[in-house]
Design a protein around this ligand. Structure first.
Ligand code: GDP
Ligand code: ZN
Length: 317
């Protein structure tokens, strides 16, 4: 019997069955899992196979047994604590991330967008940028939107202007999410809660403000939860996580996570080119003739020069 994991509490899982029933399940026996050191074997978004029959626990509660997990096409992780090397899988099988950004009230920094996209690339999650609050745009912001749209679409990220209060936006997003498992991310104040509530008023998402304690790196145990939308598809809610961090990325891989740089990598003179000071560097040439946007390259340089202990690199950024 197949099911989709909606929520993990560490020991118990809430699983949606094909007949739309939501049941409690637990793991018994040995699960075959890819060679990843994690604190939790199963996360929201996982596809699992369960025994057909439920058992009765303590004379009342029915529970099912998870026998195996289907291969994941991606997953997001964070370090389970700052000291340990163990990873916590937050969610699996994310078809797309929707990053909500705003050009005003509040301003989303382009460096934040670029870092988010690097992390999403590293997790192999396709991303769409939603520029919210277009109803507030002046001509200047409109021009800025068109510029950013040209930069990000060239790199492979679809960009849409939206307004969370408009029916056309809601309809557009319901259509996008239908048949998929998606994440909606973005800084505080950009309109995530408004959007999600207008997609499905019965949802009560915690779209994740990070508490002060959290920001200082004290992890409380939080588990992602996946919510079915009445109009189809699922929204994965990762409480306390506005974006995801750059977990254990090697510096020499950063250029691969900028799609517009990735396609030039074979053209640098040196095959170990870091695209910083080397002569005959195809990336620097592309920056000079504006094929690569200056701000994207700037973020790349910042990442390359960053100290690994920088809090921005932590997974709960
Ligand atoms: P969150 O922190 O990302 O969940 O943001 P909220 O959903 O709480 O929205 C923050 C503020 O922005 C609220 O006052 C919303 O009413 C407002 N807001 C959200 N979307 C829009 C929009 O499209 N246009 C305008 N003008 N305001 C919006
Ligand atoms: Zn180079």
């Amino acid at each position: 019997m197949h099911g989709i994991v909606l929520k993990s509490t560490g020991k118990w899982y809430q699983v949606l069955l094909e007949d739309q029933q939501v049941v409690q399940a637990s793991i018994r026996g040995k699960l075959r899992i890819e060679g990843l050191k994690t604190t939790n074997p199963i996360a929201a978004g996982d596809r699992v196979i369960l025994d057909d029959q439920a058992e009765i626990l303590q004379g009342r509660e029915e529970y099912y047994t998870i026998r195996s997990i289907e291969d994941r096409h991606n997953y997001i992780v964070r370090k389970s604590t700052n000291l340990s090397k163990q990873m916590q899988i937050l969610a699996a099988n994310i078809d797309r991330a929707y990053l909500v950004v705003t050009l005003k009230s509040p301003v989303t920094q382009v460096a934040f967008i670029d870092r988010f996209l690097v992390a999403a690339e590293s997790f192999r999650i396709p991303t769409t940028l939603l520029f919210n609050k277009v109803d507030l745009f002046t001509d200047e912001e409109n021009a800025q939107f068109h510029y950013l749209k040209s930069v990000y679409e060239k790199a492979g990220y679809p960009c849409y202007p939206i307004s969370a209060h408009e029916a056309s936006t809601v309809e557009f997003l319901q259509n996008e999410i239908k048949d998929h498992q998606v994440m909606i991310s973005g800084n505080s104040g950009v309109g995530k809660t408004t959007l999600v509530n207008s997609l499905d008023a019965s949802l009560d998402l915690r779209t994740g403000e990070i508490s002060k304690a959290h920001e200082q790196g004290k992890h409380t145990t939080t588990f992602a939860e996946m919510h079915p939308l009445a109009s189809g598809g699922f929204i994965i809610d990762t409480p306390g996580i506005r974006a995801f961090g750059l977990v254990d990325l090697e510096k020499e891989h950063y250029a691969h996570y900028f799609p517009e740089m990735r396609e030039l990598l074979g053209e640098c003179r040196f095959n170990n080119c870091q695209h910083i000071n080397e002569p005959h560097c195809a990336v620097k040439a592309a920056v000079e003739n504006e094929d690569i946007a200056a701000h994207r390259y700037h973020t790349y340089l910042q990442l390359m020069h960053e100290d690994d202990s920088d809090p921005h690199r932590r997974s709960d950024y």
